[in-house]
Design a protein around this ligand. Structure first.
Ligand code: F6R
Length: 242
């Protein structure tokens, strides 16, 4: 695992967007896994700026990390709608180059298995962007998730629903209880994992991820098992590293 300490979130976004640009130069149809939430926004801003500045990302393919279960189709806070709005549309990519799990499927378990299969058939994820929860979660793999888990349905813990209420008019009642998430084993299948963490609130989770034991209590610690994992942290998020 390599750890890169940058000055702030903007610098982290630019660094990671640069790595994506290098990947697209080598592999124009690379499959890019994207996370939602606040942390990766500087990455998407920097990447969109590069495309406006001439980077050819027209063949890039995008895939989701996770999705809420049970939101009505087209709900603005579904992760499908969020990724379309924040990444796919600003990059000018057609919807056919974007894939994600179907959170409104009647057979949710079937949708999970179908997504793992679709990722494998697409050739696997080339670069997966990750954020991290204050409890060390990646995707929606909360503490105690199996490190070998595949895409599956999970129940959100109360703290994550509280954290995400900001996207639902600060009303926790509107935050779904269930999600589909790529499992930790699925995430580890990506060729390159890039985790961005910014702000003091992530410092403890970052320290445990990088310097603690590999343990299902800290799902992000599974990155230690991956041959090509990069953790990009700003100075605040790095503040508890030894
Ligand atoms: C969202 C996701 C989550 C977030 C994490 C951090 O797709 O995978 O693991 O990355 O909850 O969220 P922010 O960046 O909002 O602090």
């Amino acid at each position: 695992m390599e750890v890169v300490i940058v000055k702030d979130a903007k610098a982290g976004g630019e660094l990671i967007a640069g790595a994506i640009a290098d990947l697209l130069a080598r592999k124009p149809d690379a499959l890019l896994g994207v996370a939602t939430g606040s942390t990766p926004l500087p990455i998407y801003d920097a990447l969109i700026a590069k495309v406006r500045g001439g980077l050819d990302a027209s063949r890039a393919r995008i895939c989701q990390l996770d999705e809420y279960v049970g939101l009505p189709a087209g709900h603005p806070e579904s992760y499908r709608a969020t990724v379309l709005r924040q990444v796919v549309e600003p990059l000018g990519l057609p919807a056919e180059q974007f894939m994600g799990p179907d959170g409104s499927a009647e057979d949710v378990q079937g949708a999970c298995e179908a997504y793992d299969k679709a990722l494998a058939e697409a050739g696997g994820v080339d670069l997966q962007i990750l954020g991290i929860g204050t409890d060390g979660h990646i995707g929606f793999n909360e503490p105690c998730s199996s490190l070998a888990s595949r895409t599956r349905i999970k129940t959100l813990i109360e703290q994550t629903r509280i954290d995400n209420a900001r996207f639902f008019d600060n009303d926790i009642e509107q935050v779904p209880h269930h999600v589909i998430t790529q499992g930790i084993g699925t995430i580890l299948d990506a060729r390159h994992l890039v985790l961005l963490a910014t702000g003091e609130g992530k410092a403890e989770a970052v320290a445990q991820t990088v310097e603690g034991p590999v343990a299902s209590l800290v799902p992000a610690s599974a990155l230690q098992l991956h041959p090509h994992a990069t953790v990009v942290v700003d100075e605040a998020a790095a503040s508890k590293l030894k």
